[in-house]
Design a protein around this ligand. Sequence first.
Ligand SMILES: *[C@@H]1O[C@H](CO)[C@@H](O)[C@H](O)[C@H]1NC(C)=O
Ligand SMILES: *[C@@H]1O[C@H](CO)[C@@H](O)[C@H](O)[C@H]1NC(C)=O
Ligand SMILES: *[C@@H]1O[C@H](CO)[C@@H](O)[C@H](O)[C@H]1NC(C)=O
Length: 276
Amino acid sequence: MLKSLNIRVLVIGLLCTSPAYVKTLEYYTEKPSYIESCRINEPDFTNCSTRSIQGFLNAVIEGIPEIEESFGPIDPMKQDQLSFNQENSDIVSISANITDLVISGFGKMVINYFRVSKKDFSWQDHIYIPKMRIDGNYKMLGRVLIIPLHGSGTLFIEIDELNIFMNATTRIYEKGGYTFFSAIAVSVKLYVGRVWTYMDNLFNGHSKDVERSTNEFFNENWREFYEALHPLIVETVERTLFDLLKKMFNLMPANFFVEDIPNSLALYGLKTRLIV
Ligand SMILES: *[C@@H]1O[C@H](CO)[C@@H](O)[C@H](O)[C@H]1NC(C)=O
Ligand SMILES: *[C@@H]1O[C@H](CO)[C@@H](O)[C@H](O)[C@H]1NC(C)=O
Ligand SMILES: *[C@@H]1O[C@H](CO)[C@@H](O)[C@H](O)[C@H]1NC(C)=O
């Protein structure tokens, strides 16, 4: 896909004597056709940026080799491990570790809006995913509602109608004469339509009947159970979006997307200028 485009490989060799001093950066130096250029000082900016980011995202989902190399495929995507502890509520007290995660659904992301702040160029977005699913191996110890849990096995969590409201703190910086976005932090608020779960081997296989009825109970009382899983799902979504956006905007100059973006000197002044 990138073959027809002009990607510059910038080699910064300080002394060029040792490979340790050579850093390779790759990014677009020509705007790909799927990126719509917008101007933040025009009234239709948010509609334009929403279309532009959706276009970029669609290209990434279809497969941009530079992103796939460092991120892997978007859908399904793999993640190593998640740990969580939730001990501060009457409903739930769990310690859980999930490994070998496979996350599906991000390939169907719909950007409902992508706002960029004129003041600090941070982002506020609404993303919709029709169905997100997490598969993994879990180890869990604790209690949900009145049920003691102690087991390890496979689990899935499936979420219908996932609405993600995301705030991202960003910094802008220059490289090779272009201005780039760097995502610094991402926080999300989630709204879900319905959540389905199944945990296999919930009581270390001691009773298949109790395992089945407990899983049924969690699905009948899914709102409460979702509350218990909430920190884990938030972390999964935040981590995924953070990594993805970081990779995307490392590759694409912000100028292609926001034509009238200031450079970091104009935005931050001399003292706080970010040097990369
Ligand atoms: C943005 O798009 C929405 C929906 O298509 C439309 O209602 C709205 O007027 C547009 N905003 C501007 C500033 O053009
Ligand atoms: C999860 O991992 C942490 C750190 O490795 C460990 O302290 C904790 O006991 C584990 N929890 C379970 C339920 O295995
Ligand atoms: C994003 O920031 C706005 C304004 O500060 C705030 O109202 C909103 O709750 C924040 N949303 C998230 C997901 O953190």
